[in-house]
Ligand binder design. Structure first.
Ligand SMILES: Nc1nc2c(ncn2[C@@H]2O[C@H](COP(=O)(O)OP(=O)(O)OP(=O)(O)O)[C@@H](O)[C@H]2O)c(=O)[nH]1
Ligand SMILES: [Mg+2]
Length: 200
């Protein structure tokens, strides 16, 4: 898919204030600092559309970006940011839950996990909950420029082993690097194919 335009729309503190449209949307979630905002920038070929930071806890609201005038990318706050206050963690958690449970236009949720880490309980619990709630998702392992091919293979094997405990059919698992743009075509193809099936 060719990205012709990418426009920031709104940073919303609640689902109520999010755009009310029938357009398909694709949201990015995962632990703080996993690379959600960087991945969005990489996909749309823009360095500063979504705000990134070396410090976790940068994205705190629901950020909407209108792409090619007919679908949305949604940048969500991260989960599992230990240094945030209890009140903030609860607020972000509620915001994420509200979005995931009620946003009907959500076509796919991209769940980002760090390719350098073995499966983390917080990510596996989150993924399993998506299954219970029937939320369509794919897993994306980020920052693969930082590890070797062998480590990538082992990482995927460990995830498959963990997910086989609860899933009959394994979820789609893609790889990405915001530094080398690896994974860009696969992710954009998935979005394009899903958009083509979307009934407006
Ligand atoms: N080497 C490398 N670094 C990355 C990659 N993706 C993100 N980073 C770095 O990781 C840090 C966090 O990236 P963000 O995109 O801000 O992460 P986030 O998940 O949006 O973080 P929060 O908004 O705080 O939840 C930044 O320093 C990025 O430059 C990647 O694919 N490769
Ligand atoms: Mg972010």
């Amino acid at each position: 898919m060719i990205i012709r335009s990418a426009e920031f729309k709104i940073s919303s503190p609640s689902l109520k204030l999010c755009p009310k449209t029938k357009l398909p949307e694709y949201a990015f979630i995962g632990r703080s600092n996993v690379g959600k905002s960087s991945l969005i920038n990489m996909l749309v070929n823009r360095t500063h559309l979504a705000k990134t930071s070396v410090k976790p806890g940068k994205t705190r609201l629901i950020n909407y970006f209108l792409i090619n005038g007919n679908w949305y990318m949604v940048d969500l706050p991260g989960y599992g940011y230990a240094s945030a206050s209890k009140a903030e963690i609860t607020k972000w958690g509620n915001l994420i839950d509200e979005y995931l449970m009620k946003q009907k236009n959500l076509s796919y949720l991209f769940v980002l996990v760090d390719s350098r880490l073995k499966p983390q309980k917080i990510d596996i619990d989150f993924i399993n909950n998506l299954g219970f709630n029937r939320i369509p998702f794919v897993i994306v392992s980020t920052k693969i420029d930082k590890i070797s091919k062998l480590q990538i293979t082992n990482h995927i094997k460990l995830y498959n082993k963990e997910l086989e405990k609860t899933w009959d059919e394994l979820p789609i698992h893609l790889l990405s690097s915001s530094k080398t743009s690896q994974g860009r075509n696969e992710i954009l193809n998935l979005i394009e194919n899903t958009n083509n099936e979307w009934h407006f």
